[in-house]
Structure formats: structure tokens, C-alpha cells
Design a protein around this ligand. Structure first.
Ligand code: SF4
Ligand code: SF4
Length: 281
């Protein structure tokens, strides 16, 4: 048997910044096309791994000087460590005799792409929403702006998951409070794609997430720093570097809610305008 603490230490040494564990049964509230037990019926645990996106990867977008989308700065190095760490852990667990399915973030519009192999099974693909998995694994909460927020990095991370027949001690659901409903993410959106007046709710392993209604059609053509989801034209883009995501990063850091800290604030206060050089200097 492998202890949860030993597995987390191994994940950390392999490159994961965050590791949380959920019981596979905690996803039974999800429909078959999202439920990991329709991928691996004998699954007992879902291990969720988080990988920080460096704050510096947002810098050029924030300054308007580089990388209109975050693609040039972040996802490839971050995605490489996600893939490598997730596969290394899957290989380790299987070498110990526990079958393990590595899962990566995909958009839900890739569900229902094929033919069900039997009437009791969903059509491929079964896609586990990573924010719901990260919540069930105790890693944080879903904020009003539909970002998954962790106490360590706010919205700045990517998640992968390992579905396994190894029984592990699950983590408790996160009980802190990160999102204060400030609305700054919505107000930062030039397209008004986040509707503060309309809160939508959806179920979680425990309780419900309550988020502003999001008009995805605006986000898909947003020019403030999105990254489109791989293989998907209709899914939700990665919005962390977009105007909404950067507003949330700045707010959570300024309000002192995050464990990670930096020598200088992410965003200079409007009351402290930058000193501009005179053309004669
Ligand atoms: S900007 Fe404010 S309302 Fe939006 S997700 Fe972040 S903390 Fe919540
Ligand atoms: S991704 Fe762009 S359009 Fe969508 S909410 Fe964020 S800023 Fe607005």
C-alpha cells in the first residue's frame, strides 16, 4: 500500500506544485460523460496535480509589450512539466501494481464525439472538468469569475489528474475563502463578457459554485491575452492572462490572500502613475 503523504512527496519531487486527493466516489454526482468512473470503473482515487504558471509569464501581456496571447511565454514549458510529471507518477503507480489513467485538461465540447460501445456507457469522450476535480481534491475554490483559485497561486496554475484503483486517504474540501466577489474580473473585461448581475450555480463534490455568467463567444475572440484550448474551437479558452484573469491576480495579491508573495506588486496602483521620461532626458 502507498500512503497519501508519500505519494504527495513523490509528486512534489517530480515537479508538481500542488497535490490533492479525492475519492473516486465523490464524482458520482457528475453525469457519465464527466465521471472518471466511466473511464476506469474500478477507480478508487483521483489524484489532482497543480503546476504553477509563473507570474512573469503574464508580465509582457500586462505591460502590452509582448505576447498578445500567453502562448509564447507559458503553456509549453508549463505543459511539458505537467505531462512529464503526470506520466512519471502514472508509471510509478503502475510499477507498484495500481492501474492509473493519466488525464489532461480538455474542453467539454469534445464530449459526445463518437458512438457508445454499449447502451449503459456514454459516448466518447468522458472528460473530467479539472476545476471540479481540483475542488473535490481540496485544492481551492471556484471564484465568481470562473477561475479556479488556490491559496498558493490564485488563478495561476494548470491541473492534471490521475485516476487510479489505489485507495488513498482523500483530502478535506477547502474551507477557506479566496474570492470576495469584488467584481474586478468582470469590470476589467472590455467586452463585458462576465455578467455580474447574473450568478449561475453548478454542483460540486460538496456544495455549489456560484459564478458570473460568462459569454464564451466573446472570450473566444478576446484580444487581451487568452489562449485557446487545444483541439477545441468551441471550448473555454485559458483566461488567466486575459484582462479578467490579470485583474484577479492583482486583486488577490494586493488583498494579501495568497501564500506566494513577490518583492513588487503585480500592478502599480493608479494613484502612483509611472514617472515618464522627458523627451529631452
Ligand atoms: S476578481 Fe474578484 S470576483 Fe473575480 S474571481 Fe477574483 S476575487 Fe473573485
Ligand atoms: S477572456 Fe476576454 S472577453 Fe472573456 S471575460 Fe476575460 S477579458 Fe472578457
Amino acid at each position: 500500500m502507498i500512503a497519501a503523504t508519500d505519494l504527495k512527496e513523490l509528486a512534489r519531487s517530480c515537479g508538481a506544485d500542488l497535490t490533492g486527493i479525492a475519492s473516486a466516489r465523490s464524482f458520482d454526482f457528475l453525469p457519465p460523460e464527466s465521471n472518471p468512473r466511466f473511464i476506469q470503473p474500478q477507480a478508487r482515487s483521483v489524484i489532482v496535480l497543480g503546476f504553477r504558471i509563473p507570474r512573469g509569464a503574464l508580465r509582457g501581456v500586462e505591460e502590452g509589450t509582448a505576447w498578445q496571447t500567453m502562448a509564447g511565454a507559458t503553456p509549453f514549458p508549463t505543459a511539458a512539466i505537467c505531462v512529464e510529471t503526470t506520466y512519471r507518477l502514472a508509471r510509478y503507480l503502475e510499477s507498484e501494481g495500481w492501474e492509473t489513467v493519466p488525464l489532461f485538461a480538455h474542453s467539454s465540447d469534445l464530449q459526445h464525439q463518437g458512438v457508445a460501445v454499449s447502451p449503459d456507457k456514454p459516448e466518447p469522450n468522458v472528460i473530467l472538468p479539472m476545476d471540479i476535480a481540483a475542488h473535490a481534491a481540496g485544492l481551492g475554490e471556484i471564484g465568481r469569475g470562473r477561475f479556479f483559485l488556490t491559496p498558493e497561486f490564485g488563478p495561476r496554475q494548470l491541473f492534471t489528474a490521475l485516476v487510479t484503483d489505489l485507495e488513498l486517504e482523500p483530502d478535506k474540501i477547502f474551507s477557506g475563502k479566496l474570492c470576495d466577489g469584488c467584481g474586478l474580473c468582470a469590470r476589467a473585461c472590455p467586452a463585458k463578457a462576465l455578467e455580474m448581475e447574473r450568478l449561475l450555480s453548478f454542483p460540486l463534490a460538496r456544495g455549489k459554485a456560484r459564478c458570473y455568467r460568462l459569454h464564451l463567444e466573446s472570450c473566444r475572440i478576446c484580444r487581451t491575452g487568452i489562449l485557446n484550448a487545444p483541439y477545441s474551437s468551441q471550448g473555454e479558452p485559458l483566461r488567466i492572462a486575459a484582462a479578467c484573469g490579470r485583474a484577479c491576480v492583482a486583486h488577490l495579491e494586493d488583498s494579501g490572500r495568497l501564500k506566494s508573495s513577490f518583492s513588487y506588486p503585480f500592478r502599480e496602483k493608479k494613484s502612483q502613475p509611472r514617472r515618464r521620461k522627458s523627451v529631452n532626458q
